[in-house]
Design a binder for this molecule. Structure first.
Ligand code: FMN
Length: 339
């Protein structure tokens, strides 16, 4: 049987298979950051479809950290009840569920509102010039991540993913292309990683050691002078003791990056990160067939696999993959006659 369909235990969490639904913004709130019926339908459908772990889309830890006005939020205790309902439903449909805690930084598309970043450089002409963060701003954002993590715990999420990828706020500090600071938060790798290290530590204060913590990274900036996978490995080593899993993506830091995206193009970075850090990994990106998925996991190139757009097209991808790979996989009892 393909290892894709084998369980994996990470701290207090056991996943029934290696399929992870990638976080994907649905821009479907009513502008208040709250879940809507669409979110319940969307995530529960993938749970019924057999995904082992669902990662809820980028969820803003403070209002100015939203990518758009229609992003999900977790900046207030008023969000806990809705998420608690969602985690309870998704779990009853057979999947585990995590949340991606996020801050957009300079990639916040919030016209008329002040946006913040490591340095006052805008992403492109469409975006505002962000305000360079003061130390006080940095401490505020770290506290926002910590408070959000506590809310995630109270809402019964199984895992937290910290969004340090795709050129959003944390990534803006990590990359020398977007971080031109001269204080202790800029310059050397250690300085650029400082905000991530402090966020991870703050999150761990409320998210107990027994629970898995995951960080999503952009392993490559794909631009000269930017981070490469070797820089990212050095950064991961600084958080390694507090983190269990690295979710490996790439890009998004600058608008003129040169990306050659072909099927599975990011998987090799997960492989390198896994080897160099010993942490568990989630790989993915343009993985669209059961055969590709099984090649990655069965050859131990990654421990888990994320699926994004293919799950938008095919919510039952996992169940169909089992059939295609001749795995006798248990279906939701309501759907057994469709097997
Ligand atoms: C509609 C959409 C929304 C996305 N939103 C997020 C997000 O909230 N957080 C994140 O880290 N990545 C986000 N991504 C990137 C995906 O998680 C994933 O890395 C990407 O789609 C590549 O995987 P795929 O080829 O399987 O789709 C988004 C992608 C799509 C298509």
């Amino acid at each position: 049987m393909s290892k894709l369909f084998s369980s994996i235990t990470i701290k207090d969490l056991t996943l029934k298979n290696r399929f992870v639904m990638a976080p994907m913004c649905m821009y479907s709130t009513k502008g208040d950051g709250h879940l809507t019926p669409f979110h319940f339908l969307h995530y529960n459908t993938r749970a019924v479809g057999g995904v082992g772990l669902i990662i809820v889309e980028a969820t803003a830890v403070e209002p100015r950290g939203r990518i758009t006005h229609n992003d999900l939020g977790i900046w207030d205790d008023a969000f806990i009840d809705g998420f608690k309902q969602l985690t309870s439903e998704v779990k009853s449909n057979g999947a585990k569920i995590g949340i991606q805690l996020a801050h957009a930084g300079r990639k916040a598309d919030l016209p008329g509102e002040e946006i913040i970043a490591a340095s006052p450089i805008r992403f492109n002409d469409h975006y505002q010039v962000p305000k360079e963060m003061t130390k006080e701003d940095i401490h505020t954002v770290i506290k926002c991540f910590k408070d959000a993590a506590l809310r995630a715990k109270l809402a019964d999420f199984d895992i937290i993913e910290i969004h340090a990828a795709h050129g959003y706020l944390i990534n803006q500090f990590l990359s020398p292309l977007t971080n031109k600071r001269t204080d202790e938060y800029g310059g050397s790798i250690e300085n650029r990683a400082r905000i991530l290290v402090e966020i991870v530590k703050a999150v761990r204060e409320v998210w107990s050691k027994e629970k898995p913590l995951m960080v999503r990274v952009s392993a490559m900036d794909f631009k000269e002078g930017g981070n490469t996978v070797n820089d990212i490995i050095e950064i991961i080593k600084l958080i390694k003791d507090d983190v269990d899993i690295i979710d490996c993506s790439t890009g998004g830091v600058v608008s003129d990056a040169k990306i050659n995206a072909y099927p599975g193009y990011q998987v090799k970075y997960a492989e390198e990160i896994k080897k160099a850090t010993g942490l568990l990994t989630v790989a993915g990106g343009l993985v669209t067939t059961p055969e590709m998925a099984s090649e990655i996991i069965d050859n131990e190139r990654s421990d888990m696999l994320f699926l994004g757009r293919v799950l938008l097209r095919e919510p039952y991808f996992v169940l169909n993959a089992a059939k295609k790979l001749n795995v006798d996989y248990s279906w939701p009892f309501q759907y057994v006659r469709g097997k």
